[in-house]
Design a protein around this ligand. Structure first.
Ligand code: ZN
Length: 81
């Protein structure tokens, strides 16, 4: 447990991108449950700085989220909050 935490602290500054670590996961607009993790409750796309996604995958995510919005899979703005 302790060793895991130490390793975590060391790599906190430049953690690897989730999608680079899991190449099997495809970023697609047909997967709203995954895309939702990268939206605020209000519906905005969360910045790369917070999610620690690399620039290549952030761009793919953004494109997928925007496609999903046009197809009404994801909301542009969540006004229920
Ligand atoms: Zn990546």
């Amino acid at each position: 447990m302790d060793t895991v935490r130490i390793a975590d602290n060391r790599t906190r500054g430049r953690r690897k991108c989730y999608f680079c670590q899991n190449p099997a996961i495809k970023i697609t607009y047909k997967d709203p449950l995954r895309l939702k993790r990268y939206l605020t409750p209000r519906g905005k796309i969360v910045s790369r700085f917070k999610t620690r996604v690399c620039s290549r995958h952030q761009k793919l995510l953004t494109t997928a989220i925007k496609k999903a919005r046009i197809l009404a899979i994801l909301p542009f703005v969540n006004r229920e909050l």
